[in-house]
Design a protein around this ligand. Structure first.
Ligand code: DSN
Length: 429
């Protein structure tokens, strides 16, 4: 028993030291909360319930739970200039399930990107869309631009008559043609924009403006480029009919969720407030860093997709690494050097290759940006890649240099001064 207890504590310490102090973290879906958000993540809210439909609450003891939830909702309503925001979904996939429960019936069709083109699993029959009994039809995808082919996709939508079009993706380099699609399809078909990967960029208005461009609803997680606690959110366009928002409210509770994990709301509110103050500079630097890393890897001989388009307009880069042994091999080899990233299926991969050793690697620079890295540091990261995958230097030597490199970046930026904020917290306490 004692051994297990010691090991649990040790594991947490090892994880903190390894991933925070010794690694170059490049997984595009991960995040790093600010010190203040992290400090507020654990509280009494952790063990409490606050089930409700609209204002009708089913438990007592919820006056502060209600207030913190409303502070969060209001921060997002203000940012997206709408009456409709709900932070209760506990993840991005659950946010999508809620939309399906509210706005579709089993047997309905949805159109999405499709797994080979980078769709999130929850937009497909293999994920929560399948649990709702939906059938997914894929858009037409232009591999040269890594984006949706509008004309062919409009044809597909007209033929399939879907209830919803699910935009947004897990492989997400460029703004999607929301406006062009919206203008050409039946206005009754709702466009849902799953912003999960780019939410921190969208929130700070450096990627695309989904509502201005015609999306009816945004679903998202709150923990990728928006570097808050893990969770989900649904935001409605101000033009959405109130009766549709009511259906979503009912689909949240009692439809899909019981408890809503209240303890994440203080951290979520702090992250939104930090984004309001520092987010624009952060988001702009994320995109600059992604482009700089793309250029630096390309110049060192790596096949980074879309050089003719500046590689990316988001936090992500996609590399075709077939000549280096495939995505699975490369990701594992880099991990031996403490460079953490993930394999990625590319549109041309067969289903077998996609799940075993796909052609691609996906990178995201949001965490490196948060640690204060800028464009010249991206060249250093690319050099580590080259040493690992082209020069094939011993992994231990590269790891040693990466640990030394990471030591220079030991403060989380684009957030409230933690000492000052925590001091204030003690006074408030
Ligand atoms: N599957 C995650 C990713 O894109 O990494 C998102 O849920």
């Amino acid at each position: 028993m004692d051994t297990d207890r010691r090991r649990v504590i040790e594991i947490v310490n090892l994880q903190n030291k390894w991933r925070r102090e010794q690694c170059v973290n490049l997984i595009a879906s991960e995040s790093l909360m600010s010190p203040l958000a992290e400090r507020l993540f654990v509280s009494d809210f952790e063990g409490r319930y606050n089930e409700h439909s609209g204002p009708e609450r089913h438990y007592e003891g919820t006056k502060f739970s209600y207030e913190i939830e409303e502070i969060c909702n209001e921060l997002f309503r203000k940012n997206f200039i709408t009456r409709y925001a709900d932070v209760r979904p506990i993840s991005g996939a659950i946010a999508n399930l809620i939309i399906y429960a509210a706005l579709t019936k089993p047997g309905d069709i949805i159109v999405g990107l499709g797994i080979p083109n980078g769709a999130h699993i929850s937009h497909t029959r293999w994920g929560v869309a399948g649990i709702r009994g939906l059938k997914n039809v894929d858009v037409a995808f232009n591999v040269a631009t890594m984006n949706i082919d509008v004309d062919k996709t409009v044809e597909i939508i007209k033929k399939a008559s879907p209830k919803l079009v699910m935009l947004g993706a897990s492989m997400f380099l460029f703004p999607e043609p929301i406006r062009e699609i919206k203008e050409q399809i039946n206005p009754k078909i709702k466009i849902i924009y799953d912003a999960a990967h780019v939410f921190g960029l969208v929130y700070n208005k450096v990627f695309q403006r989904p509502f201005d461009e015609g999306a009816d609803i945004i679903t998202s997680s709150t923990h990728k480029t928006f570097q808050g606690p893990q969770g989900g959110i649904i935001i409605g366009n101000y033009k959405l009919l109130h009766e549709d928002w009511k259906k979503i409210d009912t689909a949240i509770f009692p439809g899909t969720l019981s408890n809503t994990h209240i303890h994440r709301f203080p951290a979520l509110a702090i992250t939104a407030l930090e984004m309001n103050k520092f987010g624009r500079a952060y988001a702009e630097q994320v995109v600059k860093n992604a482009k700089a890393l793309g250029r630096a890897l390309f110049d060192r001989g790596f096949k980074v997709l879309c050089p003719h388009l500046g590689f990316t307009e988001s936090h992500q880069l996609i590399l075709d690494v077939r000549k280096h042994g495939g995505g699975q091999y490369v990701a594992k080899q880099l991990a031996r050097c403490n460079i953490i990233c993930n394999k990625m299926a590319l549109p041309q991969d067969s289903p077998h290759d996609a799940t075993h050793n796909p052609s691609g690697i996906r990178l995201g620079v949001q965490e490196l940006t948060r640690w204060g890295m800028k464009e010249p540091d991206m060249a250093t990261v690319a050099e580590f890649w080259k040493r690992a995958m082209i020069d094939k230097e011993p992994t231990e030597r590269i790891k040693y240099d990466i640990i030394a490199f990471k030591k220079k970046f030991n403060k989380i930026l684009y957030c409230f001064n933690p000492q000052k904020a925590l001091h204030e917290l003690e006074k408030v306490g």
